[in-house]
Design a protein around this ligand. Structure first.
Ligand code: 5GP
Length: 191
């Protein structure tokens, strides 16, 4: 998505060789027009997959997942994050390390809101090591639902998450692929 690349160049801040701050368009502020365009793009790519539910993890994935779910005409379900796990038998839960916060959180989805009849599209903002995605994939598997694919706004190709998911046989579509952040420069993979 050329427009998104341009916005990343204009508004992204390279924090280190590993981390790109995208507060102005993904992680703190949302541009509704751009977000709806991203949703339309994901919806177009997965239109024929028979999606019945879009799933994301709170909080940064919610806006894009909403836009995608709106375009596909299906509900958006977002996994909740919690720091401690009380016994919650009605919830499907996985423990995942957080890339940016350096802590471990539990992500939870209610068993009542996902069923073996569902065809799930996972949407998220950024993929790095893939821990959040892996946790969600496990929850979807345990629910009995079918994962039809993953739509990720920014794929950092120099970290292992996206490759690992594709090697698992998951169809992963990203809107922008970043090859490197070295020297404070955003280098796109397919520029
Ligand atoms: P992963 O679990 O794939 O290692 O990391 C995914 C989550 O960490 C994303 O949902 C995103 O919120 C956050 N994250 C990973 N890398 C970056 C980054 O370079 N910049 C920002 N702003 N968030 C990131």
């Amino acid at each position: 998505m050329e427009k998104l690349k341009q916005r990343i160049v204009e508004q992204g801040v390279v924090v280190s060789d590993q981390v790109l701050k995208l507060d102005a368009l993904l992680n703190h502020q949302v541009d509704p027009q751009l977000t709806m365009e991203m949703g339309r793009e994901f919806a177009a790519r997965f239109r024929d997959a028979g999606v019945t539910r879009v799933v994301t993890v709170e909080s940064s994935g919610i806006a894009i997942a909403f836009a995608t779910a709106y375009e596909l005409g299906v509900p958006l379900l977002f996994a909740r994050r919690k720091k401690t796990l009380l016994a919650e038998p009605d919830m499907l839960c996985e423990r995942v390390p957080s890339f940016t916060k350096g802590i471990v959180t539990d992500i939870l989805i209610s068993r009542e809101l996902i069923s073996p009849d569902d065809r799930v599209l996972f949407i998220d903002d950024i993929i790095a090591n893939g821990d959040a995605a892996r946790g969600l994939v496990k929850i979807i598997e345990r629910s009995g639902a079918e994962l039809v694919g993953a739509g990720i706004v920014v794929e950092k190709c120099f970290q292992p998450g996206a490759k690992a998911l594709r090697e698992q046989g998951i169809r992963l579509e990203s809107l922008v692929r970043i090859a490197s952040l070295e020297g404070g420069q955003v280098i796109f993979a397919d520029a």
